[in-house]
Design a protein. Structure first.
Length: 415
């Protein structure tokens, strides 16, 4: 296990202690052992070294005394700051962005997730390529050593160009996957099924809730999402169809968890995953109410939703893990639910709230379907809640509860 020291710059913000505690959790999620935590209070970062030079020398002494393998800094550092700090502390310096990218890289399982993480990682690395005297990356070489190298092009320039070409290739592959996703998205839209997306801070219980609903509706075990007490256990979007007994159906989606200051390149790379959130008819923000800083987590989630253009979608606030605080649950009030994702009664209450939100505009009508139009009966049987059926000389008389779209489609048969 990598032995590390974490460091942070206290700019007199109210959430500094919380941010450092979260940073330590991120390091542990990357299977690193935190030896010590070092901080400096300041009004602003130093442009060259981020920390003051004297404090950076103290960090170097602490690294040497603890025989640490690396220094982790709780912020995104510039290429210059990274280089200068490494020269002082004599071990690799890893900033917050690189740490999160490392965790995502470890968690990626599907081709799409791996592509997205690699693109974000390469974009991060591109301006931070090291020029080292050991491998002489800045030494100019002649064109004979590389068919693609321009006259006098440095090895450093060649490496940057190679990385950019790799990014372009990966983005092309991701675009091909995005085309498949677009086809699936259009098929969902044609089905007319409403979509509910679970969102929230990482490790809040989205996947546990998702799996609980699958179990409640009798879905197969193979459809379960990974549930693990770790940050960013789920990186891919999972979509499942759930059917009520009255022929009302909807789709649920589990998505990647958010975190404070999620790297911009990572957010950009995961756009194809987060498109499902934008398409949702309803969001359920799962909140770990047992966390003292849950309000900050909610703020980080809502900030990310605004960044991806999903800030105006109707939302149910689901306060999970009420059992840990011995709160009364399930308890619903207004647009929020206090519940436990491992409690079946809570999940039943959640589905009732979902049903009320999604299908509250359904209406009852009587329809007379003539014999010559009997082909439409199958559609009614599959998509409407049939309350009564009578057979007459003119055709089939139905009393049915239907969606607004279906009501408009079959206006001509209404009685």
């Amino acid at each position: 296990m990598t032995e590390i020291i974490i460091a942070g710059l206290n700019l007199h913000t109210a959430d500094f202690d919380y941010s450092m505690a979260e940073f330590a959790n991120l390091a542990q999620a990357a299977e690193m052992h935190v030896l010590a935590q070092l901080t400096q209070a300041a009004d602003h970062p130093i442009s060259g070294t981020y920390f003051g030079r004297g404090k950076a020398d103290e960090f170097a002494a602490a690294v040497a005394a603890n025989q640490a393998d690396a220094l982790l800094v709780n912020d995104q550092l510039s290429p210059t700051q990274l280089r200068n700090l490494e020269e002082i502390v004599k071990v690799p310096v890893i900033d917050r962005t690189e740490l999160i990218l490392e965790i995502f890289s470890r968690r990626a399982r599907t081709k799409r997730a791996k592509l997205q993480v690699e693109i974000a990682r390469l974009k991060y690395q591109l301006p931070r390529l090291r020029i080292s005297g050991f491998n002489k990356l800045d030494q100019q070489s002649s064109g004979s050593q590389s068919a693609n190298r321009g006259a006098g092009e440095t090895q450093h320039e060649l490496t940057k160009r190679t990385l950019q070409q790799r990014i372009n290739q990966l983005q092309h592959q991701l675009q091909e996957i995005a085309k498949e996703n677009l086809t699936q998205s259009r098929a969902r839209q044609r089905s007319g099924l409403p979509l509910v997306a679970f969102v929230g801070y990482t490790n809040a219980g989205k996947s546990t809730t998702f799996n609980g609903l699958l179990n409640l509706f009798g879905e197969k075990t193979a459809n379960r999402n990974l549930v693990k007490d770790q940050l960013f256990a789920t990186l891919d979007t999972s979509i499942r169809r759930l059917n009520f007994k009255d022929n009302k159906s909807f789709l649920i989606s589990d998505t990647v968890g958010f975190i404070n200051d999620l790297p911009g390149d990572l957010l950009e790379a995961f756009k194809t995953t987060l498109e499902t959130v934008n398409e949702a008819d309803m969001l359920i923000q799962v909140i770990d109410i047992s966390q003292p800083e849950y309000k900050k987590m909610m703020a980080a989630t809502e900030k990310t939703l605004k960044q991806i253009g999903a800030g105006s979608i109707p939302m149910l606030y689901a306060y999970n893990k009420a059992d840990k605080l011995h709160l009364t649950y399930p308890l619903s009030e207004g647009g929020q639910l206090t519940y436990s994702a491992v409690d079946q009664t809570s999940l039943i209450k959640l589905t009732a709230l979902i049903k009320q939100q999604l299908f509250g505009n359904y209406q009852q009508f009587e329809y007379l379907i003539p014999f010559q139009a009997s082909r439409f009966l199958e559609e009614f049987n599959q998509q409407a809640n049939i309350l009564e059926t009578h057979y007459t000389a003119k055709g089939t008389l139905l009393k049915a509860e239907v969606s607004p779209q279906m009501a408009q489609k079959f206006t001509r048969f209404q009685q």
